[in-house]
Design a protein around this ligand. Structure first.
Ligand SMILES: Nc1ncnc2c1ncn2[C@@H]1O[C@H](COP(=O)(O)OP(=O)(O)OP(=O)(O)O)[C@@H](O)[C@H]1O
Length: 928
């Protein structure tokens, strides 16, 4: 509200100020102001000189002879000079003059007590002067600058009165030359002097508390007098309601306008009525003219409504007080008449009147000017009216705007109400939604519970499915085991660095089959496909290769015999698969290392239930000689292979080294590699010139039952078959190649026999077949890695190799059996052994006894020996098929002439051996 009030007040004030300012500018344009100033100065000097002359120095301070307006005002401010001079003129007029300090400068102007006392003086002076019927002024005129004119007038009137009195006081005294009897009482209708003073005083000390807000026009007059129009408007509006402001402002303006119009009308009437007596009225009342002029130059601020602040104006011009004061032209006329019927004037007075008339005549031109000025003032007034109308219009517009704003506020209010209603509805919806959410949560929880149960069932079913799958796999393996098929994995070597690799003999390859291309052939001969248990591409890693081998390796710990052997053409990657590259890295480690590491970790896992003893042998068959690769004394001993060993060790003379860590294995492998016969050939710069065999012997004792499990694993890296024309070997290398090829050929024969389920299997045709007899024809689990090279020039050997592998994979060995000795079997074995020993001892004793009693019996004995030998020979015969050829040869040659034929020459003789071999195998199984 404050801002709007201020704006309204300011706009109103600015309009008024603007008009006043324009008026002043016009006045100054005509030099009126300067003229008035000159006139005022001369009158002031006159008054000052008279005062000085009459009272001299009063209150310790002299009044200058020609004081400035300020000096004049300040000089009389204490009222002492005024009271003194009045007492001189009219002794006793002011009974008590309050004297101030001798030096008024010593007391600050603002000292409250002094000021109050001074007001007392001034008040007394003004009352007295009023009583004398002389012109007065207002106490506040002494306080404010620019207000000395009325003081001067009053002083000069007193002077005139004094002069009149000094002149004898005859006749009636008249201000300005017109006789005016002091004793005749009041010559002008006026309010009481007390009221006059109080009005003056109240304005001088007016505060906001003293201002009535009930009547805006009154406030207007008050404020205009105090010069704080802006403050007033603000004050009026401060306590009003927003919607009342335009109405109040409108009321102020309309009152102002009414006042203007009234005044304007009054002025016109006044002028019209004054015109016939213009010469007398105007010429005889210079003071009145001044006042009129002053009054009309301040139409708004100091108009008739503000008359209370202009006693002089009230006194002199009724026309300026049409509303509040009762003075009017009629009154004025009456007074004039009263004056006219006053006591007769003296001759001098008449003279003076004549002079005045003359003066009036001479000043007629000035009157004309005055008339023009008045007209101009009227025009100005009309302009002010127009401005006021514009202001009114502005106000009306503002009222309209206010109404519009009020409408908008109402709209907003209804909008806010709607919003509140919406919010309530939303809150309702929210609470409903919350409830629904809670219900949903409960339902979801239930659903989740149900889903959880179902999931659990599914998981159970899934695990069951996994179990079934596992079972299937087991069953498949069991079928494989029962059939005793030799597993065959095929691995294709990648092209070696620097080799031309644009043409590849391997056409197609997947997990279980491989197709070899023969570009030289056409038609269906150009492609040959083979199927194996597993086919590894050239990119297969060592780890991938081993992962498929791992289950087989682990079965050693369960008491099975396992044989893994690498077969292939020279340079096809056999050594790489079994041992790894020349520089062994963790990723490059071959099956040998990985298998042993795996055995170690499993045995550690089972250490609480089974105690394992792991030992290794490493031998090679070089030029048909068995050599110990773990020999540390540098001597290469020729070793024998025995297949009837009860402890499963076929080469008992070879070093059997216990191992328990990977580093042990690495150490042994390095030793074996160093001892192995390796040479560079045209096909392979590090060609193995021997078959090497790493044999792992494991014995596990069940810590609970005492059952002993024995497993044996042969990890064989065969020497590569080579076409000597291609390998370009001569001398020792050629001899090696011949032996290698011969042993591989013997292996091929054994495989063929086994594949054809021949009754005779020629194991003893080579050391290699003798060594692998248990694995190829026994209860072992056997895996062959068949290696091929991708080079096209090796295609013939590749196809031949793969055909051989196919034959191997068709071999059915029968179910592998666990080498498990229960304690009862052990006992029985021991009993058999002791009985055999006892029988042998008895036989020996009997032999000695019969030889000593009868020489003929020696031949019988020999025959008996032969039987017994037969009996032994049966075992020996097994040895013939197996290992103990030297032991076997002597008794066989001596006791069984057909033995020679049994060396694979005659199928007839071969059959019982073969059966014996099969029986031996069975016995061996029984023995185990
Ligand atoms: N899978 C393979 N990845 C990378 N290189 C291989 C792979 N197989 C073999 N080689 C490399 O081929 C070369 C011949 O391999 P390796 O010596 O193992 O053949 P081999 O069949 O043992 O030969 P030989 O019968 O003459 O002893 C070696 O340099 C070997 O590192």
């Amino acid at each position: 509200m404050g801002t709007e009030q201020e704006v309204s007040a300011l706009s109103l004030e600015s309009v008024v100020e603007d008009v006043l300012h324009q008026q002043e500018i016009r006045l100054s344009d005509r030099g009126l102001a300067s003229r008035k100033a000159e006139e005022a100065s001369s009158r002031r000097y006159e008054a000052a000189r008279w005062l000085r002359k009459t009272v001299g120095v009063v209150g310790g301070k002299d009044l200058p002879a020609e004081p400035s307006e300020e000096e004049f005002r300040l000089g009389l401010r204490s009222g002492i000079i005024l009271c003194n001079v009045l007492n001189r003129v009219q002794p006793g007029a002011v009974p008590k003059v309050v004297e101030g300090p001798s030096d008024s400068a010593a007391v600050p102007d603002g000292a409250a007590l002094s000021v109050f006392q001074y007001f007392e003086n001034v008040r007394n002076f003004l009352v007295a002067v009023e009583e004398m019927g002389l012109p007065t002024f207002e106490a506040s005129d002494l306080e404010m600058g620019g207000k000395s004119a009325r003081i001067v007038n009053s002083v000069l009137a007193l002077k005139a009165y004094s002069d009149w009195k000094d002149g004898g006081g005859s006749g009636s005294w008249k201000l300005g030359g017109n006789s005016k009897p002091v004793t005749s009482g009041k010559h002008f209708v006026r309010r009481s002097s007390e009221q006059l003073f109080m009005n003056s005083y109240s304005r001088a000390t007016s505060t906001s508390e003293q201002t009535s807000h009930e009547d805006p026009s009154h406030d207007l007059s008050q404020a205009a007098a105090s010069g704080s129009f802006h403050m007033l408007i603000r004050q009026i509006l401060s306590e009003k309601k927003q919607e009342d402001i335009p109405i109040i402002l409108e009321s102020i303006i309309s009152k102002a306008m009414e006042e203007f119009e009234c005044r304007f009308a009054s002025q016109n009437v006044s002028r019209m009525k004054a015109e016939p007596e213009d010469s007398t009225l105007c010429s005889s009342k210079p003071l009145l003219e001044d006042s009129t002029l002053w009054c009309s130059s301040k139409p708004l601020l100091e108009d008739s409504t503000l008359c209370s602040s202009k006693p002089l104006l009230e006194d002199s011009t009724c026309s300026s007080k049409p509303l509040l004061e009762t003075s009017s032209y009629e009154d004025f006329k009456k007074e004039e008449e009263t004056e006219e019927i006053a006591p007769e004037s003296s001759l001098e007075e008449l003279k003076s009147e004549e002079e005045m008339e003359d003066k009036a005549a001479t000043s007629s031109s000035e009157d004309l000017k005055e008339e023009e000025e008045k007209k101009e003032k009227e025009e100005n007034f009309l302009k002010i009216m127009a401005t006021a109308k514009i202001l009114n219009k502005d106000l009306e517009e503002k009222v309209a705007q206010n109404k519009k704003l009020t409408g908008q506020i109402l709209k907003h209010e209804s909008f806010v109400k709607r919003q509140e209603k919406d919010i309530q509805e939303l809150k309702q919806t929210l609470s409903t939604t919350k409830e629904q959410m809670l219900l949903l949560q409960v339902k979801y929880r239930e659903d989740f519970g149900t889903i959880g149960k179902q999931m659990y069932g599914l998981a159970h079913a899934a695990s069951g499915y996994q179990k079934v799958l596992e079972e299937n796999r087991k069953l498949y393996n069991q079928v494989q085991d029962l059939k005793g098929n030799i597993r065959v994995y095929c691995r294709v070597r990648p092209f070696l660095p620097g080799q031309p690799n644009s043409v590849n003999s391997v056409g197609h390859l997947d997990d279980g089959s491989i197709t070899i291309l023969t570009p030289s052939k056409n038609g269906k001969d150009a492609k040959k496909s083979f199927t194996f248990n597993r086919v590894f591409s050239p990119s297969a890693t060592q780890a991938e290769v081993f992962s498929d081998t791992q289950p087989l390796v682990r079965s050693v710990l369960d008491g099975y015999n396992v044989c893994i052997f690498a077969y292939g053409q020279t340079g096809s990657g056999k050594t790489h698969t079994m041992s790894g590259p020349k520089e062994i890295t963790e990723e490059g480690m071959g099956v040998n290392y990985r298998a042993l590491n795996d055995l170690f970790s499993i045995s550690k896992q089972r250490k609480d239930s089974i105690s394992y003893d792991i030992r290794v042998q490493m031998i090679e068959i070089y030029n048909e000689q068995v050599r110990d690769l773990l020999s540390t004394d540098g001597s290469i001993k020729k070793l024998e292979i025995r297949n009837n060993s009860s402890n499963g060790i076929n080469v008992p003379e070879a070093n059997l080294v216990p191992v328990s860590t990977t580093s042990d294995v690495i150490h042994l492998m390095n030793l074996g590699q160093r001892n192995r016969a390796v040479s560079a050939t045209a096909m392979n710069d590090r060609s193995s010139r021997s078959h090497s065999c790493l044999t792992v012997h494991i014995q596990g004792k069940d810590l609970t039952s005492g059952t002993v499990l024995r497993g044996c694993m042969h990890l064989v890296d065969l020497a590569g078959s080579e076409r000597v024309d291609k390998s370009e070997v001569v001398g020792d290398r050629l001899k090696e190649a011949v032996h290698i090829n011969k042993s591989l050929s013997a292996l091929g024969d054994v495989i063929s026999s086994l594949a054809q389920k021949s009754q005779h299997v020629p194991y003893r045709n080579s050391k290699l077949t003798q060594l692998l007899q248990d694995s190829l024809g026994g209860q072992a689990k056997t895996l062959m890695f068949v290696h091929i090279s991708p080079e096209p020039h090796a295609t013939v050997e590749t196809i031949s190799t793969l055909k051989f592998a196919e034959r191997v994979s068709s071999i059915e060995l029968g179910a592998a059996k666990v080498n498990k000795d229960t304690s009862e079997v052990k006992e029985l074995k021991e009993q058999i052994a002791s009985l055999k020993e006892a029988l042998a001892r008895k036989d020996a004793e009997e032999d000695i006894h019969s030889q000593s009693s009868s020489p003929d019996r020696s031949g019988l004995k020999s025959g008996g020996s032969s039987c017994s030998n037969l009996s032994w020979q049966g075992t020996a015969d097994e040895d013939v098929e197996g290992i103990h050829t030297p032991q076997r040869s002597t008794p066989t040659a001596a006791t069984n002439p057909s033995k020679k034929a049994s060396n694979g020459v005659s199928p007839m003789t071969n059959r019982p051996r073969s059966t014996g071999s099969q029986d031996g195998r069975r016995r061996n199984v029984g023995g185990k």
